[in-house]
Design a binder for this molecule. Sequence first.
Ligand code: ASP
Length: 721
Amino acid sequence: MTKRLSAALVALFVIGTAAHFAFTDEGQWTPDQIGRLNLDRAGLRIPVRQIFNPGGPGIHEATLRLGGGTGEFVSPDGLIMTNHHVAFGAVARIATAERDYITDGYLARTRAEEIRARGYTARMVQLYEDITARVLGDMRPGMSYEERREAIRSATSVILDEARAEHPDLEISVSSLSYGNTFKLIGFKTIRDIRIVYVPPFAVGNFGADTDNWMFPRHTGDFSFLRAYVAPDGSPASYSEKNVPYRPRSWLKVASRPPQEGDFVFLLGFPGTTMRYRDSHYVAYERQSRLPYEIMIRGERIDVMRRVSEGDRSLQIRFAETVKGLANVHKNYQGKVTGIDRMQLVARKQEEEAAWVRWYSSRPGLRERYEGILESLEEIYAGMLEDDPFNRAVRELLYSPVQTFAADLYEYLLQMELPEENRGVDYRGEEAEKKRDGLLEGPESSHLPVDRELYLRASIRALGLPEVQKIATLQLIVEGQELQGYAPALSRAVSDAYATSPLLSPDGRESLLDLSADEATRRGGLFMQIAADVHDRRQEMGARQEVRSRALQRLRQLYAEGIMALGEEGEEMLYPDANRSLRFSYGYVKGYEPKDAVYIQPLTHLKGVMEKETGEGEFIVPDILKQSWLDRAFGRWADSSGDVPVNLLTNCDTTGGSSGSPVMNARGELIGINFDRVWEATANDYSFDPDFGRNISVHMHYILFICETFGAVNVLAEMGF
Ligand code: ASP
């Protein structure tokens, strides 16, 4: 939506005229929309073709879909810049208590020292085409959703075949946007050998950690450098010592002048998910049910992992990635709850919907198409609310790999009791043997004491399920006991189960594999009993949820189509919800007012790092950095204030997945790297609030200053400094 959806609706209904195009900072635009944004008037000083140039070089091609976020080429030798938190998984995987690269960071001084970043790929867009007209060309009015889906499937498969024949070197896919209302053909070149070049110390890359996460003023050096490698002939290849650095057609250059308040900026990236085209019932469901629950469960997992690993560095390293991910979402969701309330979003969406209903009701032909959609959505969420307690209880129990294993084993045994032709496809012939071999191997737990503690808490909570959803095995354990007796009885049962379960020993597993499901349940202890207990109801609820998911897809497609039809009538160009495809966003260097009489300036400096220093935990400042501060050894990196700028606030429209996006000035030069949003902006995933929509970036000067201070001069040199 060029403007907030609500603004567009108000313009159409209250003012009674078509809303006209206006500058706004909201929008995660698809590459083919960039040219229609009037960016020169907004402040852009380069031709749009330098940003997006289909089939040719351009900033879009220097922007990479990388790990869970975004990265960018910053040298002709395939040097990639991204966030510390985006590269973190790769670092956590190679760190040990002895070689603690998490704490110390890692610097490869030569190419030979660059370490493989396992599990990482970098993908660049080399083909991008809107194919909506072709895909929807054969649609006939009155088609059912299933017919529509089938027509889309057959149209896209022809387009895919053609594109694959034409571009055998690219990974081709069709990206469905706006809930199946627009379609893009996308071709990625995928680089599969990625290596770690420079990761700053944790105290820089994660300075402020959870306390500062989603906050501003911020002082985090959330950046890392990686490198892309390819086969000697230049083609993408898996890791090999023979591989050579990739030489990209496009890479980004650092701005010669630091940004100032009010400057025009833009970024490209791969934002993950937004829900701005969703209805009021969805937002109400999120606010009342899903978000509070997810906050609770994540908080519990973080607590338990932290407590169990206290004082044990190797365990902390083992849990580091998981805890960091949990804590990130935990705080984000709290911000979302607050933001939904602040915006009174449910009520606002209801008003928008009422306006939309009035609109379609007055247009011939549209009433039949859209009538009843909102009521059906309401019904679906009501059904989900009813099933949620049981589904969540089971999901929590299954968080234990031992319980998941028990569920798999139980299903396997049930299937084996059937004649082969009646079994599921995964349980016939060779597939069944593979399953059996897998079951012999047993559950893979990251740490049994953590699993046990979480399992116990899940079991206690499950006792509170509504009568019809109760889990019999758990009820039996506490039968006849006073409320306060629940925990000791369950605690004993759970401890026993973890200490004696046959599922946790190779012989025990083998002894169960040829039994009937009933017999294995009798002999298998608590985990097997629970697996048997919940099996049928899980399937029943799973099937119900499947029906809902299909209905949701259909309704969301229609709802988005209806909103887009309204937008079109008002000559509004609408951007689709984020779906991890390439997007463009622009804005300005801009502060904000989080509360009455408080104005937050958009730039932070090294001074602030020192102010926050406590010398322990989340706010340690490495000695070298302290010394540079004391000596005012800022090299070339101070700005006009005389201090080194650290972080930067702009009002670009970003979300999870935009992490690592290159932030550029009006000339397309790199001024920073996006890594976060302010807390008040997390609810923007549901609706963009321009007063609070601020993304946070690491200032390029801080990145270069840290490289210089910590001796990563090879990285600096490669970037031309
Ligand atoms: N910090 C975020 C992330 O983890 C970026 C954001 O959501 O703004 O992806």
